[in-house]
Design a protein. Structure first.
Length: 317
């Protein structure tokens, strides 16, 4: 297959490039490098089966030659108030890539008669009233709060994807991605894992917002990418949760980071540090992924963290 990946130099997109190339496919990675980085794909330079195109997908997309699949993974994703490339700092760009970027990516898929997969998110569930979250849950989202620029961009992108599927017969997939971690995350990304790793590797107290009782489910990136690949190769158009159903508190997660980094410092609780609308609970129901894709995560948290430490150690050094 010849596959276009928007956001191909990003954290998840670059790992997808590796997985697809490893399976014998040809890849075009498209990215404007606002949140992605060329170092994530520099090891692929010079390959005949890989090409990088610097482009903002909120503008018209042109790709010469045939395509078998379009994977739309371009978007800021960090909810941090301080991350310069998070969606709270780039609200209009986030809405544009969710709306115009998805429209352009779907247009390419339609023109090329290519399969299309949308990278959606667990954020479409908002601060959920259902726990764990099934794909049939419609969500509990504030449409005008600060996080809405990401939540509603992804909800619109899902609606647009299904409109192209129903109206134009585009062969679509939707993956709802839950918290993911691993090498190639940006150190100043603003999300929990890079923030915790940076502080721990510098021997500082790890900062936990609130009382640390809010929960998340962390999936190692290789597990996520395998689930996405299986979804791409499946024949289901309905949304599918891909994430780790093992739920822990943010405080427990911070403590695990301190253990794997041998950080002698402790934790520092910041009672008023949480972003407005920050979900209290987040855990996927992955019954659909298990049933349709024969997929479930295989990498335990401590193992994944140990694999991630060296990458961040080099960034902090």
């Amino acid at each position: 297959m010849r596959i276009l990946i928007t956001g191909g130099a990003g954290f998840i997109g670059s790992h997808l490039c590796d997985r697809l190339l490893g399976a014998g496919h040809s890849v075009i990675a498209m990215d404007n490098l606002i949140t992605g980085h060329i170092r994530n794909i520099q090891h692929l330079a010079g390959r005949d089966d890989f090409r990088f195109v610097k482009h903002n997908v909120s503008e018209d997309i042109f790709v010469d030659g045939p395509l078998d699949a379009v994977m739309h993974f371009a978007s800021p994703a960090s909810p941090s108030k301080t991350a310069p490339t998070g969606y709270l700092q780039l609200p209009i760009q986030t809405l544009k890539v969710g709306a115009l970027g998805t429209l352009h990516a779907l247009g390419v898929a339609k023109a090329k008669s290519a399969r299309f997969i949308l990278a959606s998110t667990s954020e479409v569930y908002g601060d959920p009233l259902e726990h764990p979250q099934k794909e049939t849950y419609w969500g509990h989202v504030d449409p005008v709060g600060p996080r809405s620029v990401y939540d509603e961009a992804k909800r619109f992108a899902e609606a647009l994807t299904m409109a192209y599927h129903r109206t134009h017969g585009v062969d679509t997939r939707i993956v709802r991605i839950f918290n993911t971690y691993g090498p190639r995350m940006r150190l100043r990304d603003g999300r929990a894992l890079p923030a915790f790793m940076g502080q721990a590797l510098r021997g500082e107290d790890v900062t936990v917002f609130g009382d640390g009782s809010q929960t998340r489910s962390f999936c190692y990136v290789s597990d996520l990418v395998e689930g996405i690949y299986r979804l791409l190769m499946s024949d289901t158009a309905d949304p599918v949760n891909i994430g780790n159903p093992h739920e822990i508190t943010i405080r427990e997660f911070a403590e695990a980071v301190n253990r794997v980094t041998a950080n002698p410092a402790g934790l520092r609780l910041v009672p008023d540090g949480r972003t407005q609308g920050d979900p209290q609970q987040r855990r996927p129901d992955i019954t659909r992924a298990r049933t349709l894709l024969n997929w479930e995560p295989a990498v335990p948290l401590e193992t994944g963290l140990q694999r991630t430490v060296e990458y961040f150690r080099n960034l902090v050094a």
